[in-house]
Design a protein around this ligand. Structure first.
Ligand code: GRG
Length: 279
């Protein structure tokens, strides 16, 4: 097994365990909310955002196992966004990860509430974390709310719905991709910068890496979804080959941002390569 595959497997297991620890099914009247949360979280997807966070922490030679709860907060926000995205009032998807989406397995109201629960719980987890100082908690909450909010994920989703049946130009599509996909990549990288107490320049390099990597990831995703999607995508504007070239250029630009880090970044490079290649 490649070193990076073993790394991903190991972190996935740790994350699964930590998510189960954070969200035990409890014998309380609102037990169903915990069951729904666990249904949405397990089995998980690729766990990209928390793994990106952990790999960045490891790159700075800090012990990433101390920050598994912070890593999970990223997955909680990501999962909330998928649950809400699947709702009939949004993308209206009956399936997610080869099983009925949450509003199909439970009810629409429970899916809405479970999404709300996971989003708010992410910030509870950060505020209760044991290995970081109070000022880091405030910075983390600030960063994650910024990337999740109207200028980030929620803004991207709003624009996506707004332009569903409208003329969407290339620049606006890029803007939506940055908000919907890059936002949580950037959140993972900025969160890592905060817990390792990086310098301002290191943090900027990491955020720029995340933005470009997210865009590259989304373009590859669009190419692979070409047959499924009826929506405007990169393939509305570019041939598959040109789109692949753009994804490759963005990936190269992303990697360039890692050059200024104080520690060698092979782990992040391998992870980025894996992410783009696999997708
Ligand atoms: C409802 C506020 C709100 C936002 C929804 C998640 C989302 C935004 C839309 C879903 C459609 C989409 C293509 C989003 C871009 C982000 C993305 C690539 C999500 C899928 O992420 P993966 O591939 O999923 O990491 P897994 O299943 O591996 O967790």
């Amino acid at each position: 097994m490649l070193k990076i595959d073993a790394y991903i497997e190991e972190k996935k297991e740790l994350l699964d365990r930590e998510l189960k620890r954070l969200l035990p099914i409890q014998e309380i009247p609102q037990k169903k909310l915990f069951e729904a949360a666990n249904y949405a979280l397990h089995p998980g997807g690729k766990r990209l955002r928390p793994i990106l966070f952990l790999a960045t922490v490891d790159t700075f030679d800090e012990n990433s196992s101390d920050f598994l709860d912070i890593a999970c907060s990223l997955e909680l926000i990501h999962t909330y966004s998928l649950i809400h995205d699947d709702l009939p009032c949004m993308d209206n998807d009956d399936f997610r990860r080869n099983k009925p989406s949450l509003h199909k397995a439970f009810s629409e109201a429970d899916a809405l509430l479970t999404g709300d629960f996971l989003l708010t719980f992410a910030f509870q987890v950060i505020s209760e974390s044991s290995f970081i100082k109070d000022d880091q908690k405030v910075k983390l909450i600030n960063a994650l709310t910024k990337y999740s909010g109207a200028l980030g994920l929620i803004g991207g989703q709003h624009l996506d719905l707004l332009y569903e049946n409208e003329d969407l130009n290339f620049d606006l599509l890029k803007e939506i991709h940055i908000k919907k996909t890059s936002s949580l990549f950037m959140a993972a990288l900025e969160a890592a910068a905060i817990v390792v107490n990086s310098t301002h320049d290191e943090r900027e390099a990491l955020i720029n890496f995340g933005e470009k990597l997210g865009l590259s990831f989304q373009i590859i995703d669009d190419i692979l979804d070409a047959d499924e999607t009826k929506k405007v995508s990169i393939l509305t504007f570019l041939t598959p080959n040109k789109a692949k070239e753009l994804a490759k250029n963005l990936y190269d630009e992303a990697i360039l941002h890692l050059a200024s880090l104080p520690y060698p970044p092979p782990l992040l490079k391998d992870l980025a390569f894996k992410l783009i290649k696999k997708n």
